[in-house]
Ligand binder design. Structure first.
Ligand SMILES: Nc1nc2c(c(=O)[nH]1)N[C@H]1C(S)=C(S)[C@@H](COP(=O)(O)OP(=O)(O)OC[C@H]3O[C@@H](n4cnc5c(=O)[nH]c(N)nc54)[C@H](O)[C@@H]3O)O[C@H]1N2
Ligand SMILES: Nc1nc2c(c(=O)[nH]1)N[C@H]1C(S)=C(S)[C@@H](COP(=O)(O)OP(=O)(O)OC[C@H]3O[C@@H](n4cnc5c(=O)[nH]c(N)nc54)[C@H](O)[C@@H]3O)O[C@H]1N2
Ligand SMILES: [Mo]
Length: 718
């Protein structure tokens, strides 16, 4: 049979759901094919096509595995595993208090699993310490959206609205590699000469600007905030502001205008390296677009994953407000959500300060509502916990988390300053990792629990447009593998949790509906039956409504209906230069690999095409260090060292090098990234690190072995 993907917003390997999938029918082998759906137009990226091979991969973990004193994992029964966990939780909490148990979730989990994980942490584990890898992904864009609009939905309009735009400004997003099915939506703007890409690299997306007269702005990494202030300065000082919109729909305009004074284009050129004439041209094209076919501003991780990511996204929103884009029928602002369920995963309680329905855990009314849905006393809901980076920093510390559950993240590869994270994991009293593969994080675990993959479970996801989509089960999991809903329900029972924990996805969704009712992300009018009929379900979708494909047409989500303009300015830190021998390290993605590579490094076809990390470096920069194309280089700073091959390319600025973050061990870019965070969102500084690059003293032995190592069958390794 053919499984129908991918209504997804990202290029996740788990093909995402179609609105009208067929009923569950175990069958093998499973094939994956594209289906016509507005977000992808039937397209599917290479990782999508190869994803089915992972379902039957021989590296699949199929039994609970306990690490012995010799460091080797050995199979145990599920009953033994559950008893061990219960004992570890009780012991830890007796000795160190309830918050010594922590949970690290994932933006790839279905809505049902994400919702139940938040409830499980707070009621069964009785801890406030839950956060998730979406903190590394969408948190800055989310914080900026909440601050400006009062709500955080990646695209406040259906993605097909972009098709007719004449100008699209892409800020640090490389959709040509990270969301290939999205690229057709840029065609209208490309044809109109209106595609403008901001990226320190000439990425595959930046290269799309060359065929129709688009623009590529190539700033020094980490200087986007200044660049956006420069573009806004032009809009204000050339009299191009949409004054009617500002007066009717916003607050804070005067302060924002004042904050722009020091950012005239020539000065911004000296900060960013982007020529002043391109800054002016960008502003003028955006204005022209807004007055003709429509202008959109879209942001990606390149501008958001910084210590000033929230302020940078805010500067992008302010620019869009000056132009009157948000809420307009033909124009808009949005951010491109990444993970398979990056949107839904950030709405229903995995965040440390959140309750379902995008509610605040500190809000008394929200607590009362959720306590009533859960049938418990409100005092049983803990207060806010720690955001991801702080949670990871606390691992193994006397007053920190000492027993950790990981559901859907591979932090040994993907978290910032990973040497420190790995040390933290090793200092834990007990680490439980749920995964389908022996990821680098699972390899550190005391207990690895084998869980179901995307095609083996029912559930829902919410795509980048805020549209809830059903994912159907297509085949049975291998014997020995359990669903995470089952695991949470069993453990809740053993730990004598209050309330109820169902292992049936539809029952959990029904509860999520009630819990989300009246919240910002209201799903109460959505049910499985309508999703199965293929009906479009955009939240907020209160009972009795028809959902909300387009937000902001009638105003913004703040009480007065206005968008809030917040003045922002670059910090000294973000302004720092790389004038000495050091270089700016930017990180990001390759077409062939997904995230920590835990899945895609197991696919032969993908490994054959991208077997190892390569450091993208400008030929001049490489020459001054005596590094030839393909030779090994070391990339170092105070946190660690990466050893990998150099790839000489004019696509990157001479002051910048680029590393993908998909590879482990000595090729892991996150040995170099800093765990400093954005004070508002908790986003770490993934996109700009100060590094020194040298020719490697000796060629390492089989550097690729690090990537391939995990292909070994776990059982064979025992
Ligand atoms: N192939 C593939 N597709 C994916 C994923 C994957 O791992 N692989 N992951 C999914 C997920 S979770 C996400 S979040 C999305 C991410 O999708 P994107 O945001 O498109 O991904 P990145 O490659 O992280 O970053 C985009 C661009 O930012 C640029 N950049 C780096 N530093 C800066 C900077 O300081 N300023 C600016 N303006 N640009 C900068 C990089 O050169 C890169 O081209 O992709 C999703 N799709
Ligand atoms: N330097 C640098 N670092 C980055 C980034 C960057 O641009 N640069 N990007 C960041 C971003 S945007 C993201 S989203 C993160 C992603 O980082 P991670 O979350 O670590 O990435 P994944 O490889 O998706 O890890 C998910 C793991 O969970 C497993 N898994 C998948 N689905 C499920 C499930 O349903 N249940 C369970 N239990 N396990 C599951 C997979 O097999 C895999 O081992 O990385 C961040 N790290
Ligand atoms: Mo992400």
């Amino acid at each position: 049979m053919t499984l129908t993907p991918t209504a997804t917003d990202s290029a996740a390997p788990g093909p995402a759901p179609a609105p009208t999938a067929e009923p569950a029918q175990p069958a093998a082998p499973l094939e994956v094919s594209g289906r016509d759906f507005p977000t992808n137009r039937g397209g599917l990226c290479r990782k999508g096509w190869t994803s089915a091979s992972l379902l039957h991969h021989n590296g699949r973990v199929t039994e609970p595995l306990l690490k012995g004193s010799d460091g080797v994992h050995q199979p145990i029964s599920w009953d033994q595993a559950l008893m061990l966990i219960a004992a570890a939780v009780k012991d830890t909490q007796k000795q160190h208090g309830n918050d010594a148990v922590g949970v690290f979730g994932g933006g790839g989990l279905t809505n049902e699993k994400a919702y139940l994980l938040g409830k499980f942490a707070r009621l069964a584990l009785r801890t406030s310490r839950i956060d998730y890898n979406g903190r590394f992904c969408m948190s800055s864009a989310a914080a900026a959206g909440n601050r400006a609009f009062g709500v955080d939905r990646g695209l406040p309009f259906p993605v097909t609205d972009l098709d007719t735009a004449s100008v699209i400004l892409m800020l640090g997003s490389n959709v040509a590699e990270t969301m290939p099915p999205f690229v057709p939506h840029l065609q209208g703007a490309r044809d109109a000469g209106g595609l403008i890409v901001v990226d320190p690299r000439r990425s595959a997306t930046a290269a799309l600007t060359s065929d129709g007269g688009g623009l590529h702005l190539q700033p020094t990494p980490g200087t986007d905030l200044a660049l956006l202030l420069g573009i806004s300065h032009v809009v204000v000082h050339e009299g191009l502001v949409d004054a009617e919109f500002i007066a009717a729909k916003t607050t804070g305009y005067a302060a924002v205008v004042r904050s722009l004074n020091a950012f005239w284009p020539e000065r911004v050129q000296t900060i960013t390296g982007v020529p002043a004439n391109l800054i002016r041209e960008t502003a003028r094209r955006l204005v022209h677009g807004a007055r003709t076919g429509g202008s959109y501003i879209l942001s990606g991780r390149g501008v958001e994953q910084h210590v000033d990511g929230t302020d940078t996204a805010t500067a992008a929103i302010n620019l869009s407000l000056l132009l009157g884009l948000p809420g307009s029928a033909r124009s808009g602002y949005g951010t491109l959500t990444g993970q398979g369920n990056g949107q839904g995963g950030r709405e229903h309680g995995q965040k440390s300060d959140q309750l379902p329905g995008y509610r605040k855990i500190t809000d008394p009314a929200a607590r009362a509502h959720i306590a009533q849905v859960w049938g418990i006393d409100e005092s049983l809901i803990p207060g806010p916990g720690l955001p991801a980076v702080e949670l990871l920093k606390s691992l193994g510390k006397p007053d920190g988390v000492r027993c950790l559950f990981v559901h859907g993240a591979n932090v040994v590869v993907s978290a910032p300053d990973t040497n420190a994270v790995t040390a933290g994991l090793r200092a834990l009293d007990f680490l439980v990792v749920c995964d389908f593969f022996m990821s680098e994080t699972a390899a550190e675990a005391d207990l690895v629990l084998p869980v179901t993959q995307w095609a083996e479970e029912e559930g829902t996801l919410t795509n980048l447009e805020g549209r809830v989509i059903r994912r159907r089960k297509a085949l049975n999991p291998p014997p020995g593998v359990r669903s995470e809903l089952w695991l949470m329900a069993r453990l809740a029972e053993i730990l004598e949790a209050p309330s109820t924990f169902s292992d049936d996805p539809e029952t959990v969704f029904e509860e999520l509906r009630l819990a989300s009712a009246g919240g910002l992300a209201d799903y109460s009018g959505i049910d499985y039956a309508m999703l199965d009929r293929g009906e479009a379900a955009y939240w907020p979708f209160p009972v009795g409504s028809a959902g909300t494909p387009r937000l902001f047409g009638d105003g913004f989500a703040h009480a007065d209906g206005r968008a809030v303009m917040v003045p922002v300015t670059p910090s000294r830190r973000a302004d720092r230069s790389f004038a000495d021998e050091s270089l700016a390290l930017a990180t990001g993605r390759l077409l062939e690999h997904y995230q920590s590579g835990s899945q895609t490094r197991r696919v032969e076809a993908l490994m054959a095409s991208q077997p190892q990390a390569r450091l993208l470096i400008h030929p001049g920069t490489a020459a001054s260090r005596g590094i030839a194309d393909g030779e090994y280089a070391t990339v170092t700073n105070e946190r660690g060292e990466v050893l990998c091959r150099a790839e000489l390319s004019n696509s990157v600025r001479p002051d910048t090098v680029f590393l993908p973050f998909h590879f482990p061990g000595q090729e892991n870019a996150n040995r170099l990234t800093e765990a400093a965070t954005d004070p508002i969102s908790g986003m770490p500084e993934f996109k700009t690190s100060r590094v020194w690059v040298k020719k490697a003293a000796a060629t390492p032995v089989a550097a690729t072995a690090v990537g391939v190592r995990m292909l070994v069958n776990v059982k064979e390794a025992l």
